[in-house]
Design a protein around this ligand. Structure first.
Ligand SMILES: Nc1ncnc2c1ncn2[C@@H]1O[C@H](COP(=O)(O)OP(=O)(O)OP(=O)(O)O)[C@@H](O)[C@H]1O
Ligand SMILES: [Mg+2]
Length: 331
């Protein structure tokens, strides 16, 4: 279907079964992303951002049994239920990814050029010679000076920013239509963070890729994303176009996140405006809205039943909050 989003996630639930416990880090989350668009996923640590993106691609650590339900469609193909060889065909080719830990993507004892070329050989069926030329092009594409010399270096010979550029080059080697970038700048210092984000945004637009950008940083969201999903304790609290959600956040959690951003006119030495309280422990039963215990607007209805996602009058914004949605029908 021509109008179908590139990636469409509906009611995705992920259960993790470890030797000791059964956990549900993703609980009924829906979102979509179109070709050429950037979707930001934000939320506190442990809210399920990484698991919801990587579990459907079979990228969970070994030793954890993963059970998925709902639907994850990529280019019209359902990913849930695909065999491992079928998912492997997509991973790194149609869907590129950048992990939270940049060093885990690089092999410390192999030259950079070989690592990039291998990806091109694997995903684009290139000969070793053609793949080497592609590696050179990719290193140029990610803005590295003296690219030919860099190809013969090892990861430890590069600065953090250069290493992250190489990680991006590897992620792009298969010419992905979707790039999932999981906190791609967390390990970098502030000035380099800005450069890497600018590079990612520029590449996303130039290559007309879709990008899922997982981040803690609302400033990053404002600068890079078209749409946003705000996660809280395994569920989506609010989603919609960035310009609407950041300017007029409805869910009290989204408001708290935005309010916590330090402002230019804050007096020096003023206290951080953090959210009071802590998120619920994963595995503990949640009655009603997971945010209710920390919410200054909570009413009795908030603890009665799980709040559904409901479209607001701004049709593309949806909010899961009984107080905001009083009298409105669920999405
Ligand atoms: N392999 C695993 N085994 C057991 N629990 C896990 C595993 N991976 C993730 N979890 C749990 O699932 C929950 C969601 O984890 P996830 O890594 O998706 O959070 P996140 O939102 O990406 O957090 P952060 O911002 O810190 O990266 C967490 O409570 C985490 O402890
Ligand atoms: Mg994470």
């Amino acid at each position: 279907m021509q109008n179908e989003p590139l990636l469409s996630v509906k009611n995705l639930t992920v259960d993790l079964l470890t030797a000791k416990s059964a956990l549900r880090p993703v609980d009924g989350v829906s979102y979509a992303i179109r070709q050429g668009q950037c979707l930001a996923i934000v939320g506190e640590s442990g809210s399920g951002k990484t698991v919801m993106n990587f579990a459907p691609l079979g990228l969970m650590p070994t030793g954890v049994a993963t059970n998925l339900s709902g639907s994850v469609r990529f280019e019209g193909q359902e990913l849930i239920g695909l065999s491992e060889p079928e998912v492997r065909k997509l991973r790194g080719k149609s869907i590129g990814f950048i992990f939270q830990d940049p060093m885990s993507a690089l092999n410390p004892v192999r030259r950079i050029g070989r690592q990039i070329a291998e990806m091109a050989e694997l995903h684009l069926n290139m000969s070793p010679r053609a793949a080497e030329a592609r590696a050179l092009d990719l290193v140029k594409l990610v803005g590295i000076s003296d690219p030919a010399a860099r190809l013969s270096q090892y990861p430890h010979e590069l600065s953090g920013g250069l290493r992250q550029r190489i990680v991006i080059a590897i992620a792009l080697a298969g010419e992905p239509k979707l790039l999932i970038a999981d906190e791609p700048t967390t390990a970098l210092d502030v000035t380099v963070q800005a450069q890497i984000l600018r590079l990612l945004k520029d590449l996303q637009q130039r290559l007309n890729m879709a990008m899922v950008l997982i981040t803690h940083d609302m400033g990053v969201v404002a600068g890079a994303a078209d749409n946003i999903v705000v996660m809280y304790a395994a569920r989506a609290a609010e989603c919609g176009p960035v310009d609407k959600v950041l300017v007029n956040p409805r869910h009290p959690y989204t408001r708290g996140l935005i309010n916590a951003i330090p402002r230019r006119d804050d007096p020096i030495g003023s206290e951080f405006r953090g959210l009071p309280g802590v998120p619920p422990t994963l595995g503990a039963p949640i009655q009603g809205c997971a945010f209710a215990p920390r919410c200054e607007f909570a009413v009795a209805a908030c603890t009665r039943a799980r709040p559904p996602m409901v479209p607001t009058a701004d049709s593309n914004v949806c909010v899961a909050c009984p107080v905001v949605n009083q009298g409105k029908a669920a999405a």
